[in-house]
Write a protein that binds this ligand. Sequence first.
Ligand code: HEM
Ligand SMILES: *[C@@H]1O[C@H](CO)[C@@H](O)[C@H](O)[C@H]1NC(C)=O
Length: 183
Amino acid sequence: MSFSLLQYSTSLLLLLPAAYLAFRYLRPSPPARARNAADEKPKTIMQPAHTDLAPPKDDPFTLAQLAPFNGTDPSKPIYVSIKGTVFDVSAKADVYGAERSYNVFAGKDGSKGLAMSSLEPENAVPDYRELDEADRKVLDHWHDFFSKRYNIVGRVIDHPVNEDEEEEEADSDGASAADPPNL
Ligand code: HEM
Ligand SMILES: *[C@@H]1O[C@H](CO)[C@@H](O)[C@H](O)[C@H]1NC(C)=O
């Protein structure tokens, strides 16, 4: 009788994980669109989307006027501009503040560097026109990422890239910019 008990428990031990794995594989995965939309269900280290954002403001900034908001003066907010949209990132002073890892993007429009996934100061400039479609897509993902997490306080009025002149190119690109950045 020792046979059946031992055999039975052994096969159970093997069967349970096998059944679990089979279930995991066979279960239909949610449609890609639903997964992309579910920013609030993060599988990354990135902060989740915010649901408490203020209505976007449209205050005009020159690039020079952005500079003081670079995290050096703790009494001032910290601003990051992407494609001319100015975001208040003060809530993340731990990464955008003075001498922090992403301070290179603070107080300026560093669109080109974001698009290139570069932290080099010489790349943290507004003009990304020399970049290819793939880099521009990364940039659009960042714009989307920030739009869902930071309040918009204004726009850069002397940004070198005029999106209106780029419209033809954008229209011919059917790709979606809905995916969050893969970091
Ligand atoms: C070894 C390379 C890298 C590591 C380990 C890394 C790690 C991280 C981590 C842990 C976060 C989340 C930070 C937080 O929520 O507090 C983050 C966010 C971020 N990373 Fe990186 N990163 C790397 C490279 C880069 C590069 C090259 C760029 C240049 C574009 C970049 C841009 C960003 C940005 C813009 C955020 C968003 C911060 C926010 O929530 O506003 N990272 N990264
Ligand atoms: C930040 O801005 C202030 C005032 O515009 C400037 O004096 C300082 O050098 C800047 N610091 C960095 C790290 O860019």
